[in-house]
Design a protein around this ligand. Structure first.
Ligand code: ZN
Length: 48
């Protein structure tokens, strides 16, 4: 079984329904989580 090559962008919420995701410091969009980094789909910002 290999790694799932399909990276899905799902948002996480806590018990109170608040979004548990980091926001892009550049444009304020939700960062997409990857294996070892987070990226912004809007401006291309990458965070490790
Ligand atoms: Zn951004």
């Amino acid at each position: 079984m290999g790694r799932n090559a399909n990276v899905s962008l799902h948002e996480k919420y806590d018990e109170e329904g608040n979004l548990q995701a980091e926001k892009c410091p550049v444009c304020g969009s939700i960062l997409a989580e990857h294996d070892n980094r987070k990226t912004c789909g809007k401006c291309g910002y990458t965070q490790r």
